[in-house]
Structure formats: C-alpha cells, structure tokens
Design a protein. Sequence first.
Lengths: 416, 141
Amino acid sequence: MEVAAAKRAFPVEEIRAEFPILTREAHGHPIAYLDNGATAQKPLAVIETLDRFNREQNANVHRGVYELSERATELYEGGRHTVAAHIGAPTEELVFVRNATEAINLVARSWGAANLGPGDRVLLTELEHHSNIVPWYLIARERGAELNWVPVTEEGRLDMDELRAALQRGPKLVAVAHVSNVLGTINPVEEIARLAHDAGALVLLDGAQAAPKLRLDMATLGADFYALTAHKLYGPTGIGALWARRELLEGMDPYQGGGSMIRQVRKDEITWARVPTKFEAGTPAIAQAIGFAAAVEWVDRVGLEAIHERDAELAAYALERMVDVPGLRVFGPPAGEDRGGIISFDLEGIHPHDVAQILDRHAVYVRAGHHCAQILMGRLGVAATTRASFAPYNTTEEIERLIEALKDARRVFKLD
Amino acid sequence: MEELYRDQILEHYKRPHNFGRPDDFDLEFEDSNPFCGDEQHVYIKLDGDDRVAEVTFEGKGCAISTAATSLLTDELEGRTREELLRLPKEFVLELLGIDISATRMKCALLGLKVVKGASLGSPADWEDEGEQGDPAEAASV
C-alpha cells in the first residue's frame, strides 16, 4: 500500500503548471496532448532559457574574445557537459547534432563509409523507425553491404532467438531502437549489446523514445553509439546528440566540413579539430543546445525514476481502459516491465486518420499513420495505426477522455 | 464532424462502388498516399473507341479516400484517357460535397491521382502541389 500511496503522490498538477501550452482549449475542451512520442511540450524552464539567451546572451560561440561570446561559449559547452553527465558519459564524447536522425546519419556516413564493404552486414530490426533504416540503406547501397532484419514476435517484442541466429552471420553493426516508437516495447538493449559484442559487432542504439523516460548510463549500457533528440525530451527542436566511445569518434572521418571543425587548413592538407568539435561544422544551434541542457536539468529535477514510474502507470491505466472500447485492438506487449507509454491500436471499421480526426473534435490529440515505421506496419499487417503516447503531465482524466472520444468515433461511424 | 462523416460518405466507405479486381482490364495503376501509406489500385477496361468501359479499384483507406474513389469511379464511363488526365481536383471535391482540410486533401485526391496514373502509365503528380507537372497538362497519351 505504501507503494501505491507513493505513486499517487506524483505531483501532476504542479508539473502541469510548468507547461503553459496545456492550458490551451479547443472545441470547448482543454487540450489532451497525447502525441508526446512525436514531440513533447516544453516546460517554462526551457522556454525561459531560450528566451533569456536570445534577449541577453546571444553571440556566436568559439573564438570570440569579447565577454558576450565567451559567455555564450561557456553556456554552450556547459550544455554539452550537462547533457553528457545526464547520460553518464564523458563530455568530450558528446557530439551535438540536429536530432537523432542526424546522429544516425553521422554514424552511417562517417563510420559506415570507412568500415562497411561489399558483403558486410548491418543488422536492423523490424521495429525500427525510418531514421534507423534509411541511413543504413543508403550506405549499404553505396558500399555493397547488406541489411539483415531481426523479426518482431506476435507480442511486439524482438525475436531474440532470431537475433542470436543473425549474429552468427557476423554483422559489423547492430542498430536497434531502445524503445519502439510504435509499440512502446522497451527492448533488452543491455543483453543485445552483450550478444552483439560477443559476436564482434558494434551496437548503435536509437534513444529518441527512451531518453525521455529511462535513466541512461553510457558507462554500463554497453552501446557503442547512442542517438538522442531534445524535442521529445521536453527540449527544443533542432538539437540532438550523438554519444560514442572516444576511440570510435577519433577513428572516424568528419561528417561535414566547414568552420569550427578544423585544426588547420592549408591548400594541400587539412587537419581536424579534436572530438567532439571535429563533427560540429559551422555555427551550431547554440540557443537550442543550451535549451537541451535546461530540459535535461528539468528532467533530473522531476526525477527520471518518477517519470518512468508515471509513464508505466499511465500505460497500464490506458491499456486496462481500452478493453472497454469494442473493436479496439492494441499492438505491442501487455502492461509490464518492458512496456512504455506509447500505445498503438486499431479500431475496427474506422481508419486511423478518421479516428484521429474525430478525436481532434474532442481536443484529444493523437497521431495516426505509419509513424515512419512502414516495415513494422507490414509486420503488423496494417497500413497505419492510431497512437497515443504519454508524458508525465498527462492524467488519467485525459485517458478517460480518450476512451470516451473513441466510443464517440464508433457512434459517428454507426458501429454501435 | 457529422458533416464530414455524413451518411453518404459513410455509405461509400462501408460499401464502396466499383470495388474489386476484374479478370481482365487494359490499364491499371497503384499509388499510395505518402502521408499515411494508404494504397489504392485502379483497373480500367476500355471499349472499342478507347473510352472507359469499366473502372474498379482496390485498396484500404480512410473514409475520405475510399468514399472519394467510390464516387469518382461512378463518373468515369465513356471518358477518354485524355479526358481522365484533364479532370480537375474540383471534380472530386464536388462529388464529395464536404469541406476537406489541407491535411486530408491527399486522402480526397488519391483516387484521382491513381486514375490519372493508370491513364498515363506512370505516377501522376498531386493536384494540390501547383501547376508544375500537372498531369492535366501532360502530353497526350
């Protein structure tokens, strides 16, 4: 009972008060924002950090000798330190990029071009987001390498036997989503990393959906590359990060060329700046990087453990309540340890776009479509799903509104 | 909401006209809505004068795209391939008779796009993406 009491103590109203957008109304209702898997809303701490930088602190970073530029550089590099510390990584192993997509493209391009050749294999899974498929397709096509796929079981989990079998064929890299953006499955990435390393493969994890809800520790996770994005983690768009072990970063060629990323430019020879600067060509997204750090600090203040627990609780509540909606079929694992607050479903007789459109009239905001996971849609045997995805500011009342709106969709479509 | 999903639209969604794959046909085309991945496949049988004798379609889609194509395929008999290419998007929107938001426009126009693709033998452009490459202006087939 003590545990239950502690769970109820999650300060959801205080949290909600930090997100100004949640007071918006539409069609006579406060908005129920259940599209956090696409992008999360921003707390005042992030909004004010961005505003303060642009009002009071803006200057370009690096090499400015005046006070304002030095201060901007400190904030930017301090942001790197904050984000790196948050994921248990040394500061110099954290490269700022635009988003998780760019982090993966960077690895595919810089590591892949040097390490993949004809007949080499990259092992992906059927539940990957297109951002962890297309960059590998591009480099594999260029280098004559091959993509292999770990299937997904009926319950929406990775088939670990098939993964073991695929590792026997000696892939050079295993690239896996830490958490599925469609099924909410929390993949056993520590085990995958161990198995992959035993088979001599490196491991890239796409952490876009995991970082907002799981405590990450690069020192113990076992990954070699980890891709992050800020905007799903209550931070700004346009900024993300790639973490990689230092020796890997040092062994890789730059991703893009330009200012900042060089040590010296001569007509006949160019040498690179040290990592991570080697991978940050041009003026970076300065305000956004500082906003990313503010988001990470906000998450740490609320507590990732509390956020994770809240997420599991909302997922369990929603999964239980959805049973009440006739014709509703949920994809992915049942509520439990390996199930996060991302719920894709099919409502029999109504296309996901029509479901989402009717939910919109109830100011219940969800996403409908293939969720950039067409391989997985094929596996599930659907072209699209409707997806509700939660953040700690969501409430059980909002889930009740979702359920009511789904029942209304059935009425509109005359299914009752 | 009731106006978007009014009875006529729901009726065409649940029981689309001209649905299915015929045994024989002269033109066919499949295309998808990149917004949602929905696919439609159209089959056209021509008569002796190269005019549309029969049109059917297959595919899984939302109420808007299914109803739009169901309504559209009711109206194509007797038209030439050039005439199909010249059909404007308003033709479909008037058949639907409801307000279509910008995000649902591709749903409403998927059938028209596939019909034009069948007529052209290659992917037609979206009608809502401006003049350039407008299949209505394509060279005669």
